[in-house]
Design a binder for this molecule. Structure first.
Ligand code: ADP
Ligand code: MG
Length: 474
């Protein structure tokens, strides 16, 4: 993919002029973030980082990613209900990874007590890169699936207008008209609204569980607004508020500040630093309640890297999705090579291979949010150190995806304008609702394209590495 903008990207004057328009368009359209200096106030805000030009995405791979999303929804949901699979898969990990172990303990406790929740809501985002094969043909390869707090479904709907304006300024109106409309937050909200309705208490509220530091509030507000538009009341609370003011009644209905909560939508709770002892207690209270958790703790565990690795073993998908051979084939086609580092011969062999050829792999711990994976020389050193210890089982190995870079400009507040060699990651949002055994909603809700300079091996938008983008299908 040399990119459709090869000529114009070289024209520094045109790029400078377009960048000025782009930033103002982003502010007007609401591509916003709070500042690092004042992350909890909206007095001064800035634009969220984004690319100057939309990036080329092969149409066939884009369509493939949409076509497999309902399958991934079914798969995540099936895993979350499969106690034995989760227990077996995470057994080695929870011996060495305290965070996963604590989540797992809550999962077990809630199951032993008996689930009070009968309506289930999943919102996930399956992320892909376009791997460039030896013959140069790109292939869709899944990076991971995020089953908790998948973000940017709000802001991404607003980059289309910004990139449309940029293309027009550059004299490319025809190309501007080809940009696809995209509104994940509406789809996310329709899932939340469905779960709220099935919960069946019209006076109950939807609670967004939010972090202490809330820079990305505007992204969340997009989903929130869609709910207010449907006359569904939304409250924003932190774990700390739940600890102080949350309670369950005899039927395990969840109350906070005297208000009944129908749906808990987590935009928090996915990394160890989100938890102190009080927050763990708050999490347990929420999980024990009847309220619809998005996600429940089993679904969060279904999104771990260890589960992802086990799914790639021959026969696993077939056992999780019996009678769905076509779905299994669509899912498997997106898998890159994934390898267990469990203690034993298989793990010894792949560890040795990775130490000998680290650039072929990525070493991943059970963490979310970017910046945790290891690459290249660092991968080799860490693996060398832990290869004969049980600690290595807290990681998985994955084949490194190698996309074809394209030139673009990454617009970031207070940063000079300069051209970068970039690669992109496409995410598809999935939404589903299950009542008891019956799936009542299963949809692909929209997409997110994030782009970063190739010198960064790791990291998302929140981590300050990737920026928002819009796909231009080629
Ligand atoms: P996180 O949960 O921290 O987001 P990811 O698995 O998504 O973990 O990895 C973070 C980033 O690292 C991705 O956004 C991508 O840029 C890069 N990355 C992850 N896996 C691979 C891979 N197999 N090949 C190339 N880059 C990868
Ligand atoms: Mg990721």
């Amino acid at each position: 993919m040399a990119g459709p903008w090869q000529a114009v990207v070289q024209d520094a004057a045109a790029m400078r002029e377009a960048a000025v328009c782009a930033v103002d368009a982003a502010l007007l359209e609401g591509v916003l973030m709070r500042t690092e200096a004042e992350p909890n106030a909206s007095d001064v805000v800035n634009y969220a980082p984004f690319t100057l030009l939309p990036s080329a995405v092969p149409r066939a791979l884009f369509e493939q990613a949409y076509a497999v999303q309902q399958d991934f929804n079914l798969l995540v949901d099936a895993i979350s209900q499969n106690k034995e699979f989760l227990e077996r898969t995470l057994a080695s990990t929870i011996k060495v990874d305290d965070f996963t172990a604590r989540l797992f303990r809550i999962h077990k406790q809630v199951l032993e007590e008996g689930l009070a929740q009968s309506v289930f809501l999943g919102i996930n985002r399956s992320d892909y890169m376009f791997d460039c094969g030896v013959d140069g043909t790109p292939a869709l390869k899944q990076i991971e699936i995020n089953t908790i707090a998948a973000s940017f479904g709000g802001l991404t709907s607003r980059t289309v207008a910004v990139h449309g304006r940029v293309l027009k300024v550059l004299g490319k109106s025809k190309e501007a008209s080809r940009l696809l409309p995209n509104n994940p937050s509406r789809g996310l909200a329709s899932g939340i609204a469905k779960a709220w309705e099935l919960y069946g208490s019209p006076s109950a509220v939807v609670m967004f569980l939010v972090e202490e530091v809330q820079r990305n509030i505007f992204d969340q507000r997009c989903v929130e607004n869609e709910l207010w538009n449907r006359d569904i009341r939304v409250i924003r609370k932190r774990f700390r508020d739940v600890f102080e003011k949350g309670s369950l009644d005899d039927a395990k209905r969840l109350y906070i500040d005297g208000q009944e909560v129908a749906v808990v939508y987590y935009r928090e709770g996915y990394v160890p630093k989100n938890y102190d002892q009080q927050n763990w207690e708050a999490r347990l209270l929420l999980e024990r309640s009847r309220a619809v958790k998005c996600p429940d703790i089993a679904t969060q565990l279904a999104g771990t890297k260890k589960v992802q690795q086990e799914l790639s073993r021959p026969g696993t998908l077939e056992r999780l999705l019996p009678g769905r051979a076509e779905a299994v084939a669509r899912i498997r086609a997106t898998f890159a090579g994934l390898y267990s580092l469990d203690v034993g011969e298989e793990g010894d062999k792949i560890a040795a291979t990775a130490i000998a050829d680290p650039d072929r792999f990525v070493l991943k711990p059970q963490r979310e949010g970017g910046g945790n994976n290891l690459y290249g020389e660092e991968l080799r050193q860490v693996l060398e150190k832990i290869k004969d210890t049980p600690e290595r089982t807290s990681y998985i190995l994955m084949d490194k995806i190698k996309p074809q870079p394209a030139k673009n400009y990454l617009l970031r507040a207070h940063s000079p304008l300069q051209v970068s060699e970039c690669i992109s990651e496409l995410g598809i949002f999935g939404v589903y609702v299950r009542q008891g055994k019956e799936m009542v909603m299963n949809e692909a809700a929209g997409h997110l394209l994030r782009t970063k300079a190739i010198e960064h091996a790791d990291g998302g938008v929140a981590a300050g590495v990737a920026v928002l983008d819009t796909p231009f299908l080629v």
